[in-house]
Design a protein around this ligand. Structure first.
Ligand code: 3HC
Ligand code: NAI
Length: 647
């Protein structure tokens, strides 16, 4: 079947695009639309054309799978120009998302109408490129440079009502999109037509606008190259004639498409889409999830409850005593009240979210729940006692999950009747924000239980990654190696602050020592002490020396750095220098890029060991873990991607 079909409703023709899954602009679609312009221009009975899409969305952009291949005509900029110069006005009727090349096609149309929940956007920077078919040149002609800069440099989509107010679309259609668009077309051809977008002018921004925008984009891009290039393209559009700006945009687009950053971001794009649906589970039906219980309403429990409520699931919270129930519910309320303060939620929405949580100490509330997620203290005895009760009260098919960070899930599940329903679901803090969900089956876990873990991941809009069992699973195990390697560099005489600066320079939000000061050094210290007490040979770390001197991080006024009272700015510490003096070699000349390369290589080496042991299924899974759980810069593709490219 053709991806483009034409129908006529009197003097209005409809062109329907049907190219699943997301109507991406592959060659067949570009050619189909190209031919449709010719067909309809040649039809004297047609006075206007409605462009509408079948399936879940309007055209979602260029076909990203074509990016590695040489471009084939008709090229997208030519197609957009052809639609724009058609003899009959085209009206884009948008549902779902009109993104990238899809929005550029809509910009070639004389009018754009959209359903209220539809959105438009230029997400190209998230793929390491900029728009390549007029997005940076036509968008500012409709909404002005400030809005265009925001859209093209952040890649964030805009909902229809806001797009209407900004001038990017001409009407929001309530009810049936096709009916509304055809009505809109009839009314439009009864009036004089507006100019095609390319022929409209751009108002010059206020003095100082570009310098300010450049500074702000440089800051927020954190090393990603595309946002600054998108800004430059919009500036060109504002300062040069249309054709020159189009040429500038296309050259930049083609150049960026071949960069390592673009390749990395494309790899992440496809890995993120593959992760929630592992091939091995394709034919396994998950248990439908209608109600979930969470045991423990502390830091993690409250965040997990917030994530479940955001996905619309009613939740039962079980705590140790009435006081802890109240504290747990207050922890959850704090999350939603924060949403109200930031303008993300209305009071009524926050109330409804809170009302969906029932707090109790009584396990008798659990016989009907489909899943239980345990987030109590990280102590094997406490966790086992919880699962012993769950094993008695829960339905035999209910999935029972632990959020343990370091304990062995097999040990937690020992003695549980029907252990095939048991699984590790390792969330990251704050659990309602962080995208990563490590899914840790035991040898007894059934395929259905595993599939339910992934289904939960999809429901919560997380990036679920399967991990085998080892200390720290995938993410914390690599973190441990990374931190140890960073300490190793300190011992070799590399200044602490230079190591942190090197990793920030690499694109991480924080270096390894700043991050430890924020989270606290004592948790890892206690863990090491526990292992030592259990007879394991755990060598003394530099962190141990600091904790023993009372330096546990920001909360004690100092860790690897000093902090002024109430301040978060790390200050180089003389006391740390003295405490560690005996352990540290004379100053090293290692540069920041050398430091970053060495530490990423350590992460990659641990990643390779994890792969060799079968703990992770693929290098891409490891990269997703580091990007979505540990702030590794997305545009570098992850520690494994970086190594693959260098090889
Ligand atoms: N090209 C090729 N395949 C694409 C694609 C694209 N642009 N966008 C999505 N897909 C594929 C996905 O890989 C996935 O494939 P799979 O089923 O085999 O895993 C399938 O379509 C469905 O994707 P999602 O799971 O993401 O579907 P959702 O319904 O959750 O989301 C969407 C739909 C919002 C459209 C989302 O897919 C999306 O954001 N897509 C990317 C849009 C984008 O970045 N467009 C710009 C492309 S660059 C460009 O246009 C350059 C131009 O300026 C020249
Ligand atoms: P927390 O100390 O903030 O919360 C634990 C909660 O469990 C407390 O509210 C406590 O009252 C409750 N609790 C203890 N025993 C209980 C019992 N028998 N029945 C019901 N409730 C009980 O701890 P946090 O940080 O939330 O950690 C919980 C679990 O999540 C641990 O296993 C931890 O390793 C894991 N985890 C923690 C992360 C973090 O960043 N804090 C990240 C990922 C996992």
């Amino acid at each position: 079947m053709s991806v483009v079909t034409i129908a006529r409703q009197g003097e209005i023709a409809t062109v329907t695009v049907d190219n699943p899954p997301v109507n991406a602009l592959g060659l067949a679609l570009r050619q189909g639309l190209w031919d449709a312009v010719a067909t309809l221009d040649a039809d004297p009975a047609v006075r206007a054309v409605v462009l509408i899409c079948a399936g879940r969305t309007f055209i979602a952009g260029a076909d990203v799978t074509e990016f590695g291949k040489p471009p084939v005509a008709p090229h997208l900029p030519d197609l957009v120009a052809r639609i724009e110069s058609a003899e009959k006005p085209w009206i884009a009727a948008i549902h779902g998302s009109a993104l990238g090349g899809g929005f550029e096609v809509a910009l070639g149309c004389r009018f754009r109408v959209a359903l209220p929940e539809a959105s438009v956007g230029l997400p190209e920077v998230t793929l390491g490129i900029i728009p390549g078919a007029g997005g940076t040149v036509r968008t500012p002609r409709l909404c002005g440079v400030a809005t265009a800069v925001d859209m093209a440099t952040t890649g964030k989509p805009m909902r229809a009502p806001k797009a209407l107010a900004a001038g990017l679309i001409d009407a929001v259609i309530e009810g049936d999109l096709l009916t509304g668009a055809v009505e809109f077309a009839r009314a439009a051809i009864a009036q004089p037509l507006p100019l095609p977008v390319s022929q409209r002018g751009i108002e010059a921004p206020e003095a100082g606008f570009w310098a300010e925008a450049e500074a702000s984009v440089a800051k927020s891009a954190k090393g990603a190259a595309a946002p600054a290039r998108a800004l430059a393209a919009i500036r060109k559009a504002a300062e040069a004639p249309f054709d020159e700006a189009m040429g500038f945009e296309r050259t930049t687009f083609l150049e960026l498409r071949g960069t390592e950053q673009a390749a990395a971001l494309r790899a992440v794009f496809f890995a993120e889409r593959a992760a929630p649906r592992p091939a091995a589970l394709r034919d396994v039906a998950p248990l439908p999830l209608k109600t979930v219980a969470v045991i423990g309403g502390g830091t993690m429990g409250a965040g997990i409850i917030a994530a479940l409520r955001d996905a619309g699931l009613p939740v039962i919270l079980i705590e140790r005593d009435d006081e802890a129930v109240a504290r747990g519910l207050a922890n959850v309320a704090k999350v939603f009240d924060g949403g109200v303060k930031r303008g993300k939620l209305s009071e009524a929405q926050a109330r409804a979210l809170k009302d969906g949580v029932t707090g109790t100490t009584d396990y008798a509330a659990l016989p009907d729940v489909d899943m239980v997620i345990e987030a109590v203290f990280e102590e094997i005895g406490v966790k086992r006692a919880v699962f012993a009760q769950l094993g008695v009260v829960c339905r035999a098919d209910a999935v029972l999950a632990t959020n343990t960070s370091y304990l062995d899930p097999r040990a937690i599940a020992e003695g549980l009747p029907n252990p095939s329903r048991f699984i590790g679901l390792h969330f990251f803090s704050p659990a309602n924000v962080m995208k990563l969900l490590e899914i840790v089956p035991t040898p007894q876990t059934s395929a259905r239980t595993l599939a339910t873990g992934f289904a939960l991941g999809r429901l919560l809009k997380k990036i679920p990654v399967r991990s085998g069992i080892c200390e720290g699973f995938i993410g914390n195990r690599i973190l441990k190696r990374y931190r140890a390697a960073a300490e190793g560099l300190v011992r070799k005489g590399v200044p602490i602050a230079r190591i942190d600066a090197a990793m920030r320079g690499h694109g991480l939000a924080m270096g390894p020592f700043e991050a430890q000061d924020l989270g606290g050094l004592d948790i890892a210290y206690l863990q090491r002490e526990g292992a030592r007490a259990a007879g394991q040979d755990v060598p003394e770390t530099l962190g141990d020396i600091l904790v023993r001197a009372g330096r546990k991080g920001q909360k004690t006024g100092g860790g690897w750095y000093d902090y002024a009272a109430g301040e978060r700015k790390p200050l180089i510490s003389d006391q740390v220098a003295q405490l560690l003096a005996a352990e540290i070699a004379p100053p090293s000349a290692m540069t920041e890029p050398e430091i970053a390369q060495a530490l990423v290589a350590e992460m990659a080496a641990e990643g390779q060991a994890i792969l060799d042991e079968g703990i992770a299924a693929s290098p891409a899974d490891i990269d997703l873990v580091k990007i979505h759980g540990y702030g590794f810069p997305r545009w570098r593709g992850g520690p494994m991607f970086a190594t693959r490219v260098r090889e």
